[in-house]
Write a protein that binds this ligand. Structure first.
Ligand SMILES: [Fe+2]
Length: 264
């Protein structure tokens, strides 16, 4: 698997505070079957003022530990951008896209949708970027108005959801929306958004199993292997994913049971 949203660099955000914690996270990711990750430290002006130079140095430091510990994992450079008016200029200047591709990972206030957020997403597209909304299921405006998310996806914006959301790590409403996003095919990536092994379980292996058993294995592969791989190679990603959903009626009945179990 390839995990496109991780906080593994030490001392740059609310992720690990030292390199030992970083290594512990990497070992856990490896044990779940992850072979490559994108390190996506927060970029929030005045809170986490990370830039290209800091990220490069931290990745170099982590890579030398990976070599020392002989860990079978590859780290790509990235960032989790927080919406702010000058975010496009900053992204271009500091080269803050994911793995050097045209894909960017962006979040905003979980409680409200800034007026200019959609405009900035569109501007990113005009500039040739492919924006991915980080943990879309956690945004209260989407919880309150699913059409807002559908609208954005229809305009070519990509969606990432957190593995833990599908199992209720962020509460019932987030879990419910995560499953709705999944069943409607408005999702392109599932990632851990890991901050530390003691903070929240990573659950990527569990999600892969859940998708394989309740949807189909191709969907698990698509969201956790193929789309991330295409991203890293800067190739295009299919926007609407209806083809991956099960048509068979008996299977749908089973999925309905699962949905009822999760109250979605
Ligand atoms: Fe994150």
């Amino acid at each position: 698997m390839i995990d496109i949203h991780t906080h593994v660099l030490a001392g740059v955000d609310d992720g690990p505070t030292n390199i030992k914690e970083s290594i512990d996270i990497l070992k856990e990711l490896i044990s779940q079957g992850v072979e490559e990750i994108i390190a996506t430290p927060h970029i929030i002006s005045g809170v986490y003022d990370n830039n290209r130079k800091i990220i490069d140095e931290k990745i170099e430091e982590l890579n030398s530990e990976i070599t020392t510990h002989n860990l079978p994992i590859k780290i790509h450079k990235g960032a989790e951008l927080y919406y702010e008016p000058n975010i496009i200029e900053k992204t271009k200047k500091e080269k803050l896209s994911l793995a050097g591709s045209k894909y960017i990972l962006i979040e905003t206030d979980l409680h409200r949708f800034p007026n200019n957020f959609e405009k900035v997403l569109y501007q990113f597209q005009v500039e040739g970027f492919f924006p991915i909304i980080a943990h879309a299921e956690r945004f209260i405006p989407f919880i309150n108005n699913f059409n807002l998310l559908l609208d954005i996806v229809n305009r070519g914006i990509l969606v990432q959801i957190n593995s833990g959301s599908l199992f209720g790590d962020y509460g019932d409403n987030v879990q419910k929306l995560a499953h709705k996003i999944l069943k409607t095919g408005c999702v392109h990536f599932i990632a851990s958004d890991v901050h530390g092994i003691k903070k929240r379980p990573i659950l990527l292996e569990e999600v892969y199993k859940f998708l394989s058993e309740n949807f189909n294995e191709n969907l698990a592969k698509l969201l956790m292997e193929e789309n991330p791989k295409n991203l890293i190679q800067n190739e295009e990603i299919e926007n609407m994913l209806e083809n991956y959903y099960v048509e068979d009626e008996s299977k749908q009945t089973f999925i309905e049971r699962i949905r009822n179990f999760f109250r979605i």
